[in-house]
Design a protein around this ligand. Structure first.
Ligand code: FAD
Length: 454
């Protein structure tokens, strides 16, 4: 190494986990080094949350605008501008007198040292603490190697033209969000999902309105569908799959493989040299503060267990920095929202009625529909419902599920309710502005209370 530098904290990765950790640590007055081998802002900012949400809203605008004159080049230019702004914003956060950003790959060489290779030069870093936030990458299926007409989400987001046709392998949230978006832009989309419903993990009543809307978008959905092999021709691909055991095939211009993400804990990272243990599927086991088996090395975000979501990474970053600055902090995922930006949106937080029953907790539930909400009607979004789950004895809110417009925003009130141990009455008696979608949340709480009086 050309040079050795000392820091209180080395953060590896500048995604949501890494940049939040770096910002917090710098605010606490610690000297921070951040290493990033690709783009500042990580997956979320550059090839994940942000670009996908731009395409989703643009596709929605195009759909409600009546399907004429799509300027997809303009859509992509707008997306790139938003990404650049966000990535620049992250870069700005990291510009302060406590933080130094290194553009290169970091590899651990001991439990207190790393080398960052910056094309030609390299810097040796000595650190007191390290926060691993190296994120994840798309899983590649051996029979569907990425390249040519076989796309991961990254290439799909960067397509310069709307494909005439697209096969999506995997009906999880990324596959549904991108598949539906391209369908709205005019692609003929086919989704192959191995499970018995799209968006596995969400209750069927939440996913049904999405399946219905996908049908309106002319999307063909195959469930119980296992993709087996692909034939690439110059201008199209044919995917051979089994639908509940029966051989079938589909042909399209591209195939998008979205079957999950793999943690970036392999390659040159050097976890073994630092003595950091790995668990199954490349995840790093951590305690409630995010400490690995090496107590001054933390791991956060997509490389630790739980749903791979940006806001989980933000949260774990905050807890890890609290922990390393000697504050009492530990993670509590009870109020972690899960959101799918499909049309309509799906969101859930805490327990579902099914979870509660499985755990033997007696619950009371309340449900209210979008169909009679004035604002929903005005928005032409009268499809959907809010369901609240409360503990029967205390009437404390323990979960909620929403399908419908702006579910992604509405779920925040219910996450707060869980975080604050709010009761059904707390929500029912909170004055919600009229006419808003928030009133549906209030009505769901009222509906649960009404059951008590029966
Ligand atoms: P990442 O964002 O993956 O960042 C890790 C960074 O570390 C990368 O930039 C990588 O280059 C760098 N790195 C890795 N190894 C090294 C090394 N050795 N040295 C230097 N740098 C290194 N989540 C949501 O919450 N909401 C959404 O709407 C959403 N939409 C998504 C849509 C798509 C298409 C995808 C793919 C993901 C989406 N996600 C969404 C998930 C979200 O992007 C991830 O959960 C989040 O980015 C994880 O953050 P992270 O900090 O763990 O890692």
């Amino acid at each position: 190494a050309n040079e050795t530098k000392e820091f209180d904290v080395l953060v590896i990765g500048s995604g949501p986990g890494g940049y939040t950790a770096a910002k917090r640590a710098a605010e606490a007055g610690l000297r921070v080094a951040v290493a990033e081998r690709e783009r500042i802002g990580g997956v979320c900012t550059n090839v994940g949350c942000i670009p996908s949400k731009v395409l989703i809203s643009e596709a929605h605008r195009f759909e409600i605008g009546g399907r004429s004159n799509l300027d997809f080049a303009e859509v992509q230019a707008f997306k790139d501008a938003v990404v650049q702004k966000q990535s620049g914003g992250v870069g700005f956060l990291l510009k302060n007198k406590y933080t130094e950003t290194f553009r290169g790959e970091a590899r651990l060489i001991s439990d207190h040292e790393a080398i960052i290779d910056q094309g030609g030069t390299s810097t040796r870093i000595r650190f007191e603490h390290c926060i691993l936030a190296t994120g994840s990458r798309p899983i590649e299926l051996p029979a569907f190697p990425f390249g040519g007409r076989i796309l991961s989400s990254t290439e799909a987001l960067g397509l310069q033209q709307v494909p005439e046709s697209l096969i999506v392998i995997g009906g999880g949230y990324i596959g549904i969000e991108l598949g539906q978006t391209f369908a709205k832009f005019g692609s003929k989309v086919t989704i192959l999902e191995g499970g018995d419903q799209i968006l596995p993990g969400f209750e069927a009543e939440l996913t049904r309105p999405v399946a219905k809307k996908l049908q309106e978008n002319q999307v063909d959905i195959f469930t119980g569908a296992i993709a087996e092999r692909v034939e690439q021709q110059p201008d199209r691909v044919t995917v051979h799959f089994k639908e509940n055991g029966n051989p079938r095939q589909a042909t399209a211009q591209y195939v998008l493989v979205t079957v999950g993400r793999r943690p970036n804990t392999d390659g040159n990272l050097g976890l073994d040299r630092a003595g950091v243990k790995l668990a199954e599927r490349g995840l790093i086991p951590v305690d409630e503060q995010g400490r690995t088996n090496v107590p001054h090395i933390f791991a956060i975000g997509d490389i630790v267990a739980g749903p791979a979501l940006a806001h989980k990474a933000y949260y774990e970053a905050k807890v890890a920095v609290e922990a390393l600055t000697h504050h009492h902090a530990k993670v509590d995922y009870r109020a972690l929202p899960l959101v799918v930006f499909s049309d309509p949106e799906v969101a859930s937080v805490g327990w579902s009625e099914t979870d509660a029953r499985a755990r033997g907790t007696e619950v009371v539930t309340g449900r209210a529909s979008y169909a009679i909400n004035g604002r929903a009607l005005a928005l032409r979004a009268a499809e959907g419902f809010v369901k609240i789950v409360a503990e029967k004895e205390t009437e404390r809110i323990i979960g909620a599920q929403i399908v419908g417009a702006e579910a992604s925003n509405l779920i925040a009130e219910l996450a707060l309710a869980i975080e604050m141990s709010a009761t059904l009455e707390d929500i029912a008696l909170t004055i919600h502005a009229h006419p808003t979608l928030g009133e549906i949340v209030m009505e769901a709480a009222e509906a649960a209370i009404a059951k008590r009086r029966k």
